[in-house]
Design a protein around this ligand. Structure first.
Ligand code: FES
Length: 181
């Protein structure tokens, strides 16, 4: 039997179903891969950025050692300047410092370890007190009462030329041990 003219041509132009399916499967995988990559890069940045930020911490001067009363917690305020390219952001911070008889100084981060409220020193009771949920700490930062899960967080300090320098850090609240943010 003789073939109709053009019949073989028609057969040749058909795309085999299997190869089309393979093509679409590969395209779908490639698209999924690109979407995954698009999500993974910002996520990696989110995970890594605290570590990079941590590296940028530096010492700040918070006051003269001689100006600190011995054994009496003192709130020291200072201004930090964060630079990001040509942008500059100033923020006011405060820490609590306690000078010991030997001249050493303990500096506490200013936030309650329960949920991060600012606390104050009660000069009459000689206790640090948090107004939010009633946590109470002694002069060494140990918890005396309330829901605070750990002692006040301590900051690294050093004394240079009679000036007190602090490395400011922030910590996760609500945990039984200090974990830096
Ligand atoms: S935040 Fe201080 S007691 Fe809750």
């Amino acid at each position: 039997m003789s073939e109709q003219p053009g019949a073989s041509e028609e057969r040749e132009v058909h795309t085999p179903v299997g190869s089309r399916r393979t093509f679409f499967r590969r395209m779908t995988r490639a698209a999924a891969g690109l979407i995954g990559l698009g999500l993974a890069i910002p996520l990696a940045g989110y995970v890594i950025s605290p570590a990079l930020r941590r590296r940028a911490q530096s010492w700040v001067e918070v006051g003269e050692l001689d100006a600190l009363p011995e054994g009496e917690p003192t709130q020291l305020e200072y201004v930090t300047v964060a630079r990001d390219g040509y942008m500059e952001a100033k923020s006011q911070k405060a820490v609590w410092a306690v000078k010991h008889p030997d001249g050493a100084v303990t500096v506490f981060a200013p936030l309650c370890t329960h949920l991060g409220c600012g606390y104050h020193w009660d000069t009459t009771d000689r206790r640090f007190k948090c107004p939010c949920h009633g946590s109470v700490y002694d002069v060494t930062g140990e918890v005396l009462a309330g829901p605070a899960p750990r002692a006040l967080d301590r900051l690294p300090t050093k004394i240079e030329g009679g000036r007190l320098l602090v490395m400011y850090k922030e910590f996760k609240s609500g945990l039984s041990r200090s974990i830096e943010l």
